[in-house]
Design a protein around this ligand. Sequence first.
Ligand code: TRP
Length: 333
Amino acid sequence: MEKTDKKVILSGIQPTGTFTLGNYIGAVKNWRQLQEDYNCIYMIANMHAITVRQEPAALRKNTMDAVALLLACGIDPDKSVLFVQSQNRCHAELNWVLSCSAQFGELSRMTQFKAKSEKHPDDINAGLFTYPVLMAGDILLYQSDLVPVGADQKQHLELTRDIAQRFNMKYGDTFKLPEPYIGEVGARIMSLQDPFSKMSKSDENVNATIFILEDKDTIIRKFKRAVTDSETCVRYAQGKDGINNLMTIYSCVTGKSYEDIEREFEGHGYGDFKLAVGEAVADHLQPVRDEFARISADKEYLKEVCRKGAELSERIARRTMSKVYRKVGFVEN
Ligand code: TRP
C-alpha cells in the first residue's frame, strides 16, 4: 500500500462458505472499485468465525477459498492490503486492551448478540459476547477513516466509535474515529424465496440463495423459481418486493437503470424476465468462477499472498499497538 494522503478503508468478511450473490453485490464488487481511490485493507475475519462452532478443516479451507475468491473478484494485492486476521497478532492483542474499555451493558444491547444467542442457545460463549470488541480492534488498529458496512454491522461500528472515544478520553488521543462508508446504490439483496429477508449463506431453502461459484444451470434454475407477485408487469413499485429484488440484481450486474429494465420487458411476462436475470447473473459471474479455479489451483501463490498480507498489515497495525501499550502503561519489552 502506498503512503499517500488517500483515506483508509477497512472491511472484513467471514470465511464461512463461499460468498453469496448478496455478499458479492452488497460488498465485494464495490471493494474492487474502492481500490482506485482509497488505501484499502481487506481482512478475512477467521477469528470472528469461531464464535460459532466451525469444523477446523473446513475453516482452514474456507479461509484460503475466501482469499482466492477476493483475488478472483478483482482485489489486487499490489494495490490493497489483503490478509487473514489470525496471521496478524495485533488483532488478538488489541482485543484484550479494548475489552477493558467496553462495558458489559453496551455489549448486552447488541442486537446481533441477542439474535445469535437465540440461534445457538447451547453455546453462548464469551467470544460471541465480545465479538464487537474484536471488530472494533480490527478497525482501530489501522486508524481507518471509513468502514463500508451493511445494516447488520452498523451498530458494531457505532460501538467502535464509543470505545475509541472512551479510550481516547482515558489515555489521550490514540485512535481515529471511523465513519461508515455509504456506497452509491446501497444494494441489499434479498432472498429469492422471501423478499423480506436478506439473502443468507445459511438459508435452509436452497433456492433462496445464489452462491457465486454455482454453475450457470443452477443459477438460472434458482431464478426461474424466484418468488414474484400476482401481477405480470415488470416494474419497480411498492408491494412488488420480489420483482424489485430481481430488478435490483439485474441492474447491478448489467448497469441498466430501472427505467431501462421496465422498457426492455414491456409486454413480456415474468418468465422471460427471470430467465434474463438468471443469464445475466451467470454471465457476469463467469469470469469470477474462471479466475477462482485458476487461482485456487496455485497453492504457493495463495500462501505467498497471505504471507505478504500478514507482514504488511502487521507493520501498519504494530504502530498503533505500540502506542496503545505505551499509553496504558505496559512496560516495554
Ligand atoms: N463482523 C463482520 C461480519 O460478520 C466482519 C468483520 C470483522 C468486519 N471485522 C470487521 C467488517 C471490521 C468491517 C470491519 O460481516
